[in-house]
Design a protein around this ligand. Structure first.
Ligand code: UD1
Length: 367
């Protein structure tokens, strides 16, 4: 049963605010619309640049947010607390059957906390990922959100096993990865386009290129670490297109680090379809982004990850993704042939958002 009354559809409030959450929201919004779920979208404003926010709503056909909190940037406490305080009256006004939070950002943990305190059921999408690195702000956000939420929507078997280890198996459900839904859809529309042969490097040198992104606090906030990473990128044996997150741009400017030079070309962040096209046109990816590691895997491009660990451990299979935290191998492995062994499908078949909609219907308090 979908609701306690045929006149009152199940209502779900999505709380989003940062770039990867807009990508996850796209297939979920479509699945909710297909199933007649009333969907209230709240944008916290954690990301606010057009290239980090509006462009994703437009390109991925996401309905405009019902509410925009406009919280913006700040220290963790200011940002998380600002979102938490601003959500109270919104949640009181709408009183949804579910609050749905996505991933591991400050928006996620604030959304979950606001809902539990108002006794509104919370579902956590992309639940159960762990880096076990307590220096990452995202790790606290994930763990706290999982322990606060009523329904844990896990993308992989590994995520389910993490939740079981923490005593959360009763609330956990394997739904697959919604980013895979979007990635496959966008990939297929790109490959079906007659212009496909025109997709070359976003900096148009016409040479084989790597796509690079660096945005994690642990890589950007220390001048020596960031300087070493940029030097290593400048030393790679192919053109490197560095898509610059605002955090990277701000830190590099304040440390006096030049982001272009030699074979390294800094460029603005790309909209999602252009990002998928750029990866498809590349010979590989160098990144510290979780989402991009997975997209490289799904699009069958070798990835080198400049971190000590990955939450998406399945990407490491057969060397599709290789971790190089100390930058000792990146020069020799960034341009390498793709593995020849066939890939499994650890992230599902592109129908995870439908499973999310079904789970929220099945587990509603009045189901
Ligand atoms: C956040 C998430 C991270 C996620 C990333 C995706 C947290 C703790 N981190 O990191 O998990 O991988 O989003 O992008 O929630 N800025 C702008 N314009 C914007 C947004 C940010 O200029 O639209 C700049 C500001 O200087 C800001 C800095 O980027 O202080 C960092 O932004 P913030 O939202 O705090 O964290 P991200 O690094 O984006």
């Amino acid at each position: 049963m979908q609701s306690d009354s045929p006149l009152k559809p199940l209502s779900v409030m999505s709380i989003v605010g940062a770039r990867p959450q807009f990508v996850k929201l796209a297939p979920v919004a479509k699945a909710f619309s297909d199933r007649g779920i009333r969907h209230i979208i709240v944008h916290t404003g954690q990301h606010y640049d057009e290239a980090m926010s509006d462009v994703f709503f437009a390109d991925l056909s996401i309905p405009a947010p019902d509410v925009h909190l406009g919280v913006g940037s700040g220290s963790h406490g200011v940002q998380t607390g600002g979102i938490l305080a601003a959500l109270d009256p919104i949640m009181e006004e709408y009183r949804p059957d579910w609050v749905l939070v996505y991933g591991d950002t400050n928006t996620t943990v604030a959304g979950a906390l606001a809902a539990v305190k108002l006794h509104i059921r919370v579902a956590h999408l992309e639940s159960g990922l762990r880096s076990y690195n307590r220096r990452m702000p995202e790790e606290h956000n994930r763990v706290l959100t999982d322990h606060a939420a009523d329904l844990l929507l896990a993308p992989t078997e590994v995520a389910i096993s993490h939740l079981a280890e923490e005593g959360l198996a009763d609330r956990a459900l394997l739904v697959g990865d919604v980013m895979t839904d979007v990635c496959y859809l966008v990939r297929d529309s790109i490959l079906a386009s007659p212009q496909v042969s025109q997709w070359t490097s976003p900096v148009a040198t016409g040479l084989p290129y790597l796509v690079a992104t660096i945005h994690r606090a642990e890589n950007t906030d220390d001048p020596e670490r960031l300087g070493n990473i940029i030097s290593a990128l400048k030393d790679l044996p192919a053109d490197v297109v560095l898509l610059t997150h605002p955090r990277l741009k701000a830190r590099a400017e304040s440390f006096g680090i030049e982001l272009s030079g030699s074979s390294l070309h800094a460029a603005d962040p790309l909209p999602y379809p252009s990002m998928v096209a750029a990866v498809l046109g590349s010979v590989g990816v160098v990144t510290d982004s979780g989402g991009l590691q997975k997209e490289a895997f799904l699009l069958k491009r070798p990835c080198t990850t400049l971190r000590t660990e990955t939450e998406w451990v399945e990407t490491l299979t057969d060397g599709w993704n290789v971790l190089d935290p100390d930058l000792s191998r990146v020069r020799s492995i960034a341009v390498r042939p793709a593995p020849i062994t066939p890939q499994q499908a650890p992230y599902g078949d592109g129908t995870a958002a439908q499973a999310v909609a079904q789970a929220l219907i099945d587990h509603a308090a009045h189901a």
